[in-house]
Design a protein around this ligand. Structure first.
Ligand code: SF4
Ligand code: SF4
Length: 92
C-alpha cells in the first residue's frame, strides 16, 4: 500500500470546527491532543489540536482535505511527493 505523509497546521482549533477531520477520516488517522503543552496554561475549557498520529493507516482518500474549514491539512504521497488534492465539497 502507498504511504502518505500528513501535515496538520498547529493553528488547528479542533473545538471550533467540531473535530471534523477526526470524525470524517475512515481510517482513524487523527488524534486530538491538548493545544497547550503545560497544564498551567490550559484554561478550564482546554483546547485541542489534531495530529496525524496514525498516518500509516492513511489510504490517501482525501476526504479530510476539503472538510477542514481553514485548509489546515495537507496529504502528500511519500514516494513521489505528489500532493493529494480534492475538490471542495458543496456542503461544508
Ligand atoms: S486522506 Fe483519507 S485516510 Fe488519509 S487522513 Fe485524510 S481522510 Fe484519513
Ligand atoms: S478539520 Fe481542520 S480545524 Fe477542524 S480539527 Fe481538523 S485540522 Fe483542525
Amino acid at each position: 500500500m502507498a504511504e502518505y505523509k500528513i501535515k496538520v497546521k498547529k493553528s488547528c482549533d479542533a473545538e471550533s470546527c467540531g473535530f471534523r477531520c477526526q470524525e470524517a477520516c475512515p481510517r482513524g488517522v487523527f488524534l486530538a491532543v491538548p493545544a497547550e503543552r503545560h497544564k498551567e496554561k490550559q484554561s478550564i475549557y482546554p483546547r485541542h489540536r489534531i495530529t496525524p498520529r496514525f498516518s500509516y493507516f492513511c489510504d490517501g482518500c482525501g476526504i479530510c482535505i476539503p472538510i477542514c474549514p481553514s485548509q489546515r491539512i495537507k496529504v502528500v504521497l511519500k514516494m513521489t511527493g505528489e500532493k493529494i488534492l480534492k475538490k471542495p465539497l458543496a456542503n461544508k
